[in-house]
Design a protein around this ligand. Structure first.
Ligand code: DGL
Length: 264
């Protein structure tokens, strides 16, 4: 089984990509909804949560863990790897490299939580992969919470997104890196704001391919998906249509109908 986790719904965007490339693998997804958002918490708190969730997933039989959260990756992926040296751990980091490679204007921006925005890990990624490219870091407080509440069309969120992104576009930014897995679900809004001026860069597919490389025999399971959460687990499945994750939802349903039980 492959364990995938996030503070909440955001990592479902990564799970959807994983299921595409590993259709026969068994997945268990854990949303730490009792503690979402992570993006404005202390690093120490996030580390404790990540280690507790990692232990729980390993105890449940996961042989590979995907940290489907940029914030948890910057705060705790090293601690998680150290705690489970025998288990491959795949983290999610903002797509600085693909964005810098694709940028024509040599100006890109990263949209991220406050923790990721001020992290040394992001600074290092920029030093290593964005040579000759100007990188603007834009913290977006509150966006992940809007996604959690499924307020994707909230006019206040749209106004805040416009106020943050338009000045970046005016500076010539032509790639907007989604530095938080929750922001994938804001793609329609962000694409509309960016218009023809910039493209979004999301790493979900790249993370899925990296997981596929490491999966080994875990790729060959029974194609089961389990959704779990530290609070209101029923909301995960209920959120799938609103998040346009029809494929995932159809898969959960068809498995249930198959008499091949999926605990969701
Ligand atoms: N989805 C997470 C990320 O990729 C964190 C959002 C949050 O909990 O603040 O950064």
């Amino acid at each position: 089984m492959i364990g995938v986790f996030d503070s909440g719904l955001g990592g479902l965007s990564v799970l959807a990509a994983l299921v595409e490339v590993l259709p026969r693998a068994d997945f268990t997804y854990y949303a730490d909804t009792a503690h979402v958002p992570y993006g404005n918490k202390e690093d120490g708190f996030i580390q404790r949560r990540v280690l507790a969730i990692g232990k729980e997933l390993v105890d449940q039989g996961c042989g590979l863990i995907v940290v489907a959260c940029n914030t948890a990756t910057v705060a705790a992926v090293q601690a998680l790897r150290a705690a489970h040296p025998g288990i491959p751990v795949v983290g999610v980091e903002p797509g600085i490299k693909p964005a810098a490679q694709a940028s024509q204007s040599r100006r890109i921006a990263v949209l991220a939580t406050e923790i990721t925005a001020r992290s040394e890990r992001l600074a290092k990624l920029i030093r290593e992969h964005a040579d000759g490219t100007e990188v603007f870091i834009e913290p977006c407080p509150g966006w992940a919470t809007h996604v959690e509440m499924l307020q994707l069309d909230d006019p206040k969120l749209a106004a805040d997104a416009r106020a943050r992104i338009e000045p970046l576009l005016d500076k010539g930014v032509d790639r907007l890196v989604l530095g938080c897995t929750h922001y994938s679900f804001l793609s329609p809004l962000l694409t509309e704001i960016a218009g023809q001026r910039a493209e979004l860069v999301d790493v979900a597919e790249a993370v899925a391919r990296q997981t596929q490389r490491l999966a080994g025999s875990l790729a060959q399971g029974r194609g089961r998906i389990r959704l779990q959460a530290s609070a209101h687990p029923e909301r995960l499945r209920a959120a799938l249509p609103r998040l346009r994750l029809g494929t995932l939802e159809a898969r959960l349903q068809s498995r249930a109908e198959d008499d091949d039980p999926v605990a969701a």
